[in-house]
Design a protein around this ligand. Structure first.
Ligand SMILES: C[S@@+](CC[C@H](N)C(=O)[O-])C[C@H]1O[C@@H](n2cnc3c(N)ncnc32)[C@H](O)[C@@H]1O
Length: 286
C-alpha cells in the first residue's frame, strides 16, 4: 500500500533514475523492479527533505553533493548478500587444485595475488585468505588478497572484520576456531594474521581508468556480481579481468554465471572439483 502523502514515481522518473544508476555502475533495474526502487529510495528523499522523485532526480543531476548521493542511491539498490565459505565445491577446487598450481608456478617470486571483485562486507576476501593460509603452501610468501566493492558502507564493515552468526553460517567450526578471535557477544572478529593479508579498496568495476591501478592477479573471484549487469556491462568488466589476470590465471564466477555468449577470451578449465575459467597462456587460443 502506498504511504499517505507520498507521490508515486512516474514512469519517466523511473527511466531517468534507472539510466543514471546503469550509467554509473552497470546495474540494470528491470521495469518490474520499479516498485522496489521506489521503496528503497524513499528514505533518501526523506533524509534530504525532498518532496518527490522529480526533485530527487534534480538533486542527483545538479546538487553539489550529487556524486555522493548517487553512491548512496546505488548502495540502497544493490544486494550485498554474502557469507563465509560460500559455494564450497568451488572453494575445494580453489584449495586443492588452483592454489597448488599457483604455488608450483610462482616459486621464484614467492608472491601470490588474489582478488575478490565485488567483495561486499569482506567474507569472500577473508575466506580466500584463510584457504591460502590453510593450504600450507605459502609459508614465507607474500600473499596479497584484495577486496574491492562499489559500496563504501560494506567496505567499512569489511575493514572492521566483525561478523555475526549469519555470515558464519556455512563456515567450518574448526576454521572459525583457528582464524577468528574468541567470541565477543554474538560476533567473531577475523584474526589479526588473516586481516593482515587482506586490503580493501573502493572500485567501481565499470571504471576502467581506476581499474588500471589494480595489479596483475593470479586469480579473481567475481561471484554473484555480474548477474546484476546487462550484457554490455558484463563484457566491459570481463575485459578488465582479462587484462588484470596473469597468463594462466583463474577467473571464478558464481555458479549461476557463465561466459557463454559474453567472452571468448577465457578457456574453460575442467578441474576435478569444478569448472572454472582461465586466461589462456599466450599463443594458446581457447
Ligand atoms: C551479492 S554481493 C556478492 C558478494 C560476494 N562476491 C559473494 O559472492 O558472496 C554483490 C556485490 O557487488 C557489488 N557491486 C555491484 N555493482 C558493482 C560495481 N559496478 N563495481 C563494484 N562492485 C559492485 C555490490 O555492492 C555488492 O556488494
Amino acid at each position: 500500500m502506498r504511504d499517505e502523502g507520498r507521490s508515486e514515481m512516474s514512469q519517466e522518473e523511473f527511466h531517468l533514475l534507472r539510466d543514471m544508476v546503469y550509467d554509473h555502475c552497470g546495474i540494470l533495474i528491470r521495469d518490474e523492479m520499479k516498485f522496489v526502487m521506489e521503496r528503497r529510495l524513499w528514505p533518501r528523499l526523506e533524509a534530504l527533505g525532498l518532496e518527490d522523485f522529480h526533485a530527487y532526480h534534480r538533486h542527483l543531476r545538479y546538487d553539489a553533493q550529487r556524486k555522493n548521493e548517487l553512491e548512496t542511491a546505488v548502495e540502497a539498490l544493490t544486494t550485498n548478500e554474502t557469507y563465509f565459505f560460500r559455494e564450497p565445491q568451488q572453494l575445494k577446487a580453489f584449495s586443492e587444485e588452483i592454489l597448488p598450481e599457483l604455488a608450483a608456478r610462482g616459486g621464484r617470486q614467492r608472491r601470490i595475488r588474489l582478488w575478490s571483485a565485488g567483495c561486499s562486507s569482506g567474507e569472500e576476501a577473508y575466506t580466500i585468505a584463510i584457504l591460502a593460509l590453510e593450504s600450507g603452501l605459502f609459508a614465507g610468501w607474500d600473499v596479497e588478497v584484495y577486496g574491492t566493492d562499489i559500496s563504501r558502507r560494506v567496505l567499512a564493515a569489511a575493514r572492521h572484520a566483525d561478523y555475526g552468526p549469519s555470515s558464519l553460517r556455512a563456515a567450518p567450526p574448526d576454521l572459525v576456531a583457528r582464524h577468528f578471535e574468541p567470541p565477543a557477544g554474538r560476533k567473531r572478529r577475523v584474526s589479526a594474521a588473516v586481516r593482515s593479508m587482506v586490503s580493501f579498496g573502493h572500485l567501481n568495476l565499470l571504471d576502467e581508468e581506476m581499474a588500471q591501478l589494480v595489479p596483475r592477479m593470479d586469480a579473481i573471484f567475481c561471484r554473484n556480481v555480474l548477474i546484476y549487469f546487462d550484457v554490455p556491462a558484463r563484457r566491459r568488466v570481463l575485459k578488465v579481468f582479462y587484462e588484470k589476470l596473469v597468463e594462466g590465471g583463474y577467473l571464478l564466477l558464481g555458479h549461476s554465471e557463465s561466459l557463454i555468449t559474453l567472452s571468448a577470451d577465457f578457456e574453460l578449465a575442467h578441474l576435478r572439483h569444478d569448472l572454472v575459467y582461465r586466461r589462456p597462456r599466450s599463443g594458446v587460443r581457447p
